[in-house]
Design a protein around this ligand. Structure first.
Ligand code: DC
Length: 210
């Protein structure tokens, strides 16, 4: 092995980024089944920290308090999302958490903790499908494949009826304009507009890129 060889695991690292309602979870889930590779929903990790802050009465804007919480709370993200032994799978999708999560995600102290956990998750599995906002740009800039999903604002709002069009637009604005790791198209990412495409078509397009 030469010094420039990068240690590669048995699975590809596939980064899937995009705004709310762009189809990241649906596409990653289908891709995970198609390839037999596990998937990690990093948005659920930020939501779990936001949920824990609200649960403990910590102001989501209290940077030091929420960063300390991110370091101490034990979060497991899989088919179910569990925080300190409590199943919060449904609770993290509620409007209160959706309204608080962008402030939590803009906190650099929270991002340091969660990005480290995301890298450990991939290292432990030798690859994976990771969905979020900064996966191709910051967490895995050397990913084997970077996908950026998008869809029209009307379609994305339609996919998030419980949140509402205004709240989705506000969250995307916050996620795209924050100073740390904003949502952006990563260098080398393939952009796919999911507005009028079927999941199967998109999965085939992604697989063809591997
Ligand atoms: O994917 P989602 O809508 O469940 O994500 C919830 C929030 O978490 C989203 O508004 C932005 C934030 N997030 C982030 O900042 N970085 C990630 N890698 C994933 C999500």
């Amino acid at each position: 092995m030469t010094a420039v060889d990068v240690e590669r695991g048995p699975h590809p690292v596939i980064a899937i980024d995009g705004p709310a309602g762009s189809g990241k979870s649906t596409v990653s889930r289908a891709l995970s089944e198609r390839l037999g590779v596990e998937r990690l929903d990093t948005g659920a990790m930020y939501r779990a920290v936001a949920w824990a802050a609200l649960d403990r009465g910590i102001d989501p804007g209290d940077s030091a308090g929420v960063a300390a919480l991110a370091r101490s709370v034990a979060v497991t993200v899989g088919e179910r999302v569990v925080a300190d032994g409590c199943d919060i799978t449904e609770a993290i999708r509620g409007p209160e958490v959706s309204a608080a999560v962008s402030a939590v995600a803009a906190n650099p102290g929270v991002r340091v903790v969660l990005v480290e956990l995301q890298r450990m998750w991939v290292a432990a599995r030798g690859g994976g499908i990771i969905e979020g906002r900064d996966i191709g740009s910051v967490v895995f800039p050397q990913a084997d494949l970077k996908i950026y999903l998008t869809a029209s604002a009307a379609e994305r709002a339609r996919r998030r009826p419980e949140e509402g069009a205004d709240a989705v637009a506000r969250r995307d604005r916050q996620d795209s304009t924050r100073s740390v790791s904003p949502l952006e198209v990563a260098d080398g990412a393939r952009v796919i507009d999911t507005t009028e495409r079927s999941v199967e078509e998109i999965v085939e397009e992604v697989v063809a890129c591997l």
